[in-house]
Design a binder for this molecule. Structure first.
Ligand code: SAH
Length: 236
């Protein structure tokens, strides 16, 4: 009797091997990437490319991040199932689900309402931890979570110009970690903040990256969306 491995499984294996070659060795991060089906977060015409290590367009001029960048950011957060995480930039919801796999609770904010709605459908469909550990809202993540709360971990999946917004630094617990891309397009770095006291941080630069910019305000649903020349398929 033959045991056959599906094309899908081969693609997933290939991606996991590639991430390991790049130095991602944390088994929990690799397992989350193996288990969360990236193909359901990308447009149907791109499904056969879902396990390539590339960013893909998800509509509204935004992109789903490249798996190796998702792995790098997730690893940097050193997550455990005791952690409460705030994510800015739900986008497709892929990174949200990776976080939900590893953390106790994930709060996520997205400024494009149609992307948020699409992601929420997937959250229910995937049903990670009974879909009960993700709370996603439309809003301006630069202002932080609307209720007074502090988080063990914060991840920003769009690039801040020079530093993370103060509201996010304020909502990080002392001892907590925040991973955030910083800089203008073409000159961005993924930066890790460790909050050492109420107003001191240790900073570490992890890798050069390319993200869409962090922008203020919720986008009106009927707004013309500027795709930004070449940006949609290039950014992480
Ligand atoms: N993590 C996402 C990547 C999405 S791209 C994924 O895995 O698919 C970055 C997202 O950040 C975009 O959807 C963009 O609309 C959103 N974004 C940018 N500025 C924001 C802000 N101030 N508040 C909330 N979301 C923001």
């Amino acid at each position: 009797m033959h045991s056959s491995i599906s094309t899908h499984d081969k693609k997933v294996c290939h991606l996991i091997l590639k991430l390991r070659e790049q130095g991602i060795t944390e088994m929990d991060v690799l397992e989350a990437i193996e288990r969360v089906p990236r193909e359901i977060f990308v447009p149907p015409v791109m499904r056969d490319r879902a396990y390539e290590d590339i960013a893909l367009p998800i509509g509204r001029g935004q992109t789903i991040s490249q798996p190796s960048v998702v792995a790098l950011m997730t690893r940097a957060l050193e997550l455990s199932n005791r952690h409460t995480v705030l994510e800015i930039g739900t986008g497709s919801g892929y990174q949200t689900c990776i976080l939900a796999w590893l953390a106790r609770r994930v709060y996520s904010i997205e400024r494009h309402v149609p992307l948020l709605k699409q992601a929420e459908v997937i959250f229910r469909q995937l049903n990670i931890r009974n879909a009960s550990n993700i709370t996603a809202i439309a809003g301006d993540g630069m202002k932080g979570w609307p209720q007074f709360m502090t988080f063990d971990r914060i991840i920003v999946t769009a690039a801040a110009r020079t530093k993370p917004p103060q509201a996010l630094l304020d909502q990080l617990k002392v001892g907590g970690l925040m991973v955030v891309p910083v800089g203008d397009i073409g000159d961005q770095v993924l930066r890790l903040y460790k909050k050492e006291s109420e107003d001191t941080y240790a900073l570490r630069d992890l890798a050069p990256v390319r993200f869409v910019p962090l922008l203020p305000e919720v986008v009106p649903e009927d707004a013309e969306v500027d795709i930004g020349a070449g940006q949609a398929v290039m950014a992480c």
